[in-house]
Design a protein around this ligand. Structure first.
Ligand code: PLP
Length: 391
């Protein structure tokens, strides 16, 4: 064990079961460990480094801002924050943006805005938030309550009250639950990422949208993992032709710096007033400058490249030996392998490819601009390992 690994084990809280690998640097979709071994990065820091490691344009944007103004309180205006909010609204049609620093914080804001909207409009008892079984919305006590997976809840009772879970793709159950309770919001991920890269059925998503509109229930779409080009559209809800009331995003938006955002439509844009919500670091100028450099490059041409790479992955892996199914969209891919996913990921690492898992699947979230030759190399290695492991 290297000295850094020993120090980490002694002093860093024991919440991560790390691989015995210390990554020290990288460029694009290749990262290097302390022993000089190189890996193709098919995880991008769990969907964060959208344009890879140390992308030139992103680095220049962040460093330039860093040397001008690294932080200012939200008592004052700063250019990157204002311009990023403008770009997010222009690209989505949403009206206002609240900035935090993570996915969980973006969801906290969405939940507060939805509850305040319902309280103002229908009464304070309209506070129920309905989410889906197998969902994941974060690790704070409130976003854990939103997360529809019991095993995350067990150790941390009592969680924030007012959250109910209903099966995905069962519109009648959702409607019943929403009408039997005084419901403020419905929150969904169009593709359940941590739940195993499981896309929701199109009809279900459309019906949830129509029902929420009809009942004046706020629809929150959690795009923390699916957002910013990841699924081949700027945001995954765009694949379903719906328009949510609140969209939350984080991870890939910052390209590697902490940022989270809740995008609010005309219904909820004015719900939170002065002092109702805030964050010391929210809208940080360096994070926002980095995010601007990411977001401005996610255009139609770029998204069609993402789709092209996605097509290649799905076509190459779908009928391969040792692979039972391939799910997801764009460059968010879940592979159900015949062998245990953890074993496949370990073998991939030995052969120089970093992959993730999600539940019982191997999960791929490469940088969106991963060059085709590297992608091909990584997918061939994954495919070979799936065949070998099946035997
Ligand atoms: N929502 C979804 C869909 C996520 O996938 C995640 C993280 O994996 C979160 C929320 C929480 O984001 P963060 O870890 O930035 O708080």
């Amino acid at each position: 064990m290297s000295s850094i690994q020993s120090i980490d084990k002694l002093f860093v809280a024991n919440t991560y079961n790390r691989f015995p690998v210390e990554i020290i640097s990288g460029k694009g979709s290749v990262v290097k460990d302390v022993d000089g071994k190189e890996y193709i990065d098919m995880g991008s820091g769990i969907g964060v480094t959208s344009f890879g490691i140390a992308d030139d344009e992103w680095t220049a944007a962040a460093v330039t801002q860093l040397t001008k103004l690294q932080h200012m309180s939200n008592l004052y205006y700063t250019e990157p924050c204002s311009l990023l909010a403008k770009m997010l609204c222009e690209k989505t049609g949403m009206k206002k943006v609240f900035f935090g620093n993570s996915g969980a914080e973006a969801n906290e804001c969405a939940i507060k805005a939805a509850r305040k909207y319902a309280a103002d409009k229908k009464g304070a008892d309209y506070s129920t938030i309905i989410t889906l079984e197998n969902s994941f919305h974060g690790r704070t006590l409130t976003t854990l309550a939103a997360t529809g997976q019991e095993h995350y809840h067990e150790l941390f009772q009592p969680l924030t009250p007012g959250f109910l879970h209903t099966p995905a793709n069962d519109i009648e159950s959702l409607k019943r639950l929403a009408l039997e309770n005084k419901t403020a919001a419905i929150m969904i991920e169009c593709i359940q990422g941590e739940g195993g890269v499981v896309p929701l059925e199109e009809d279900f998503v459309k019906s949830v949208f129509e029902f929420a509109q009809q009942e004046d229930i706020i629809l929150i779409v959690d795009e923390v993992q699916t957002g910013n080009g990841r699924t081949g559209s700027l945001y995954s809800y765009m694949n379903y032709g719906i328009s949510p009331d609140i969209v939350t995003t984080a991870k890939g938006l910052g390209g590697g710096l902490p940022i989270g955002a809740a995008l609010l439509n005309e219904k909820v844009e004015a719900v939170l007033g002065f002092g109702d919500h805030g964050s010391t670091f929210g809208g940080n100028p360096v994070s926002c400058a980095g995010a601007l450099s990411i977001l401005k490059r996610i255009d139609d041409k770029f998204l069609s490249d993402v789709k092209e790479k996605s097509k290649y992955i799905f076509e190459t892996l779908s009928d391969a030996k040792g692979i039972e199914s391939v799910t997801g969209a764009g460059l968010m891919v879940g592979i159900k392998t015949a062998a245990p996913a953890g074993d496949v990921v370990k073998k991939c690492m030995d052969r120089g490819v970093l992959c993730l898992t999600a539940k019982d699947k191997v999960r791929l979230l490469p940088a969106l601009n991963i060059p085709f030759d590297l992608l091909r190399k990584a997918i061939e290695i994954i495919k070979e390992i799936c065949v070998e492991e099946e035997k």
